[in-house]
Design a protein around this ligand. Sequence first.
Ligand SMILES: C[S@@+](CC[C@H](N)C(=O)[O-])C[C@H]1O[C@@H](n2cnc3c(N)ncnc32)[C@H](O)[C@@H]1O
Length: 228
Amino acid sequence: MRLTSRIVDYVLAQVAPPTAAEQRLIDDTTALGGIAEMQIPHEQGALLTLLAKLVDARTIVEVGTFTGYSTLALAKGVAPGGVVLTHDISSDWSELATRAWKEAGVADRIQQRIGPAAPALAGLPEEPFIDLAFIDADKVGYLEYWELLVPRMAENGLILVDNVLYAGEAADEDATGNAKAIQEVNAHIRADERVESVLLAISDGLTIARKKRAREFPGDRARAEVTP
Ligand SMILES: C[S@@+](CC[C@H](N)C(=O)[O-])C[C@H]1O[C@@H](n2cnc3c(N)ncnc32)[C@H](O)[C@@H]1O
């Protein structure tokens, strides 16, 4: 089905409308010009909030803050006392983001780290503790972020990966550059036995991957079968 603007409006009408703080952040980001297209759409924000609530996420890690819209959506879903650790290489939009988080009343549960995400993720504790992760930054870094995050995910934790269709270019046989990087990470996720995943054609494509429980791994299942 081709999504006409009428259908997109209809889809948007099926979620609660943006709050005043969210609408201001959408407007402020739109005023930045073409770069605003990096912001996830409102209905995807609603999905992030819902998924965070579904897994009762206490620790959320985000790669790619930009002006903080997805961070705000995640913070709305984080469990009481929980935290959203969000990473961005640039502080250019931090003021805008912080203002919106304060206005939305969620600033107290967000910590932003400025700098390249890979070393920051590598510095996180190694024991599995992340309940939900959202990857939405430089496409060539996705594979590294994935490999750094999977071992740190709690059992049943969710890794969400954005832009996995890359405007449809991910499906091209002769994909190059960012589209090729996305293609490679999609194939990597599909073959990764540590997770169960599905790629949704929402927005620019969103993969939802669930970290399997230890007992779901083939090796563990085989051991369980011989154990009386
Ligand atoms: C698509 S935007 C994130 C959009 C945001 N999630 C939202 O919905 O508003 C990608 C962000 O990744 C950041 N980024 C790019 N390379 C990065 C890196 N190596 N480490 C951390 N952040 C990076 C960019 O500065 C940019 O803000």
